[in-house]
Design a protein around this ligand. Structure first.
Ligand code: ASP
Length: 339
């Protein structure tokens, strides 16, 4: 059943409720019988599954797509896709090998959200490589949506995960170099693979998403960005679509970026148009100093259409569909200066 038809029925019957595609009338005053509207009918003719991720991370999207192609669960796909980058010590923006804060501590943020709107997150977590796995466990195995710091770390250990030193020699050396001047100046498009944000649509047309990061390099101790915050770094509404963000987290939080993109898609904008408008909100704020920082969004709607947009040139999205990985440059506002 199309959502529009359902809404029409709902307004005619007073309280009309749908489970999957079935419509059920409920008496008022029986709220325990009231269930959320979840239209799981795929509206898409796209070839499924689809996996998209921020930046150029073909190994991560290929891993997630493989899990889906083999009939695996979408959350396994997202988790294992993100884990590829978390374990890669050469990726200095995520997991083990991530750049530390200004005190030399590597602190991780991550979140995950499923088609039913359930979510889990960890913030400011140290000594555990796979933050995305802990976020998933928070969602599936605790009564909470977010655990922070030592609590998150201890919880991870209690589930059997091992503590590890996340500060690699390479990241330590760079940090010690940085300390000589200790000038805090986030670098736009650092290394071409910042935070890993991933969205997937499985063969049923259902969407979920995940996001994992070590946050901004040389941030203040205790700082948490957008990436683990549902609505800012990631948002999924399985009736409409999903969005995930990367870049200067403070600016994403101030505009509740990923939620905004999904709501703009609800109003009829394509994923690309919605990402663009969310970027323009940041740029058009009074006193915005957008020339000095990057923000990028990627989004997918219920039809399997995708799009991405960023403030500065050279943000890209990796897309795996139909057995093929592509790295697609996003739309942008500020052209990169040639060297
Ligand atoms: N969004 C992340 C944060 O603010 C960093 C990034 O994506 O570069 O922590």
């Amino acid at each position: 059943m199309k959502r529009r038809h359902f809404l029409k029925n709902a307004s005619l019957t007073g309280v009309g409720l749908a489970v999957g595609s079935a419509v059920t009338s409920c008496k008022e005053n029986t709220p325990e019988k009231i269930v959320a509207v979840t239209n799981t009918t795929p509206e898409t003719k796209a070839i499924l599954p689809i996996v998209i991720a921020t930046w150029n991370v073909p190994n991560a999207t290929a891993k997630a797509a493989k899990v889906l192609q083999e009939g695996g669960h979408i959350l396994d796909a997202l988790e294992q896709g993100c884990m590829v980058e978390e374990a890669d010590v050469k990726n200095q923006s995520v997991g083990k090998g991530g750049r530390p804060d200004r005190d030399g501590n590597v602190t991780l943020d991550a979140c995950i959200m499923n088609k039913d709107g359930d979510c889990g997150a960890v913030v400011y977590m140290q000594n555990i490589t796979h933050a995305i796995s802990v976020a998933r466990k928070v969602m599936e195995e605790t009564p909470h949506v977010m655990l922070a710091g030592k609590g998150a770390e201890d919880y991870a250990v209690s589930t059997g995960m091992k503590r590890d030193n996340l500060l690699t020699e390479a990241s330590k050396k760079e940090w010690q170099e940085w300390l000589k001047e200790a000038k805090y100046k986030p670098i736009i498009n650092i290394e071409n693979h910042d935070t890993i944000g991933m969205l997937a649509m499985d063969k049923n047309g259902d969407l979920s998403g995940a996001c994992t990061t070590s946050g901004l390099a040389y941030k203040m101790g205790g700082r948490v960005g957008d990436s683990p915050i549902i609505g800012s770094g990631l948002f999924i509404d399985n009736e409409i679509g999903g969005c995930v963000a990367t870049g200067m987290g403070e600016e994403v939080v101030k505009t509740v970026g990923s939620f905004l993109v999904v709501e703009l898609m609800r109003q009829g904008k394509s994923p690309q148009e919605a990402c663009k408008e969310a970027i323009m909100r940041i740029i058009n704020k009074p006193n915005s100093n957008y020339k000095n920082f990057q923000v990028g969004y990627i989004a997918m709607n219920k039809k399997g259409e995708t799009g991405s947009f960023s403030i500065h040139q050279w943000f890209s999205m990796t897309k795996f569909q139909d057995d093929k990985n592509e790295n697609l440059q996003s739309g942008f506002v500020v052209k990169a200066q040639s060297n």
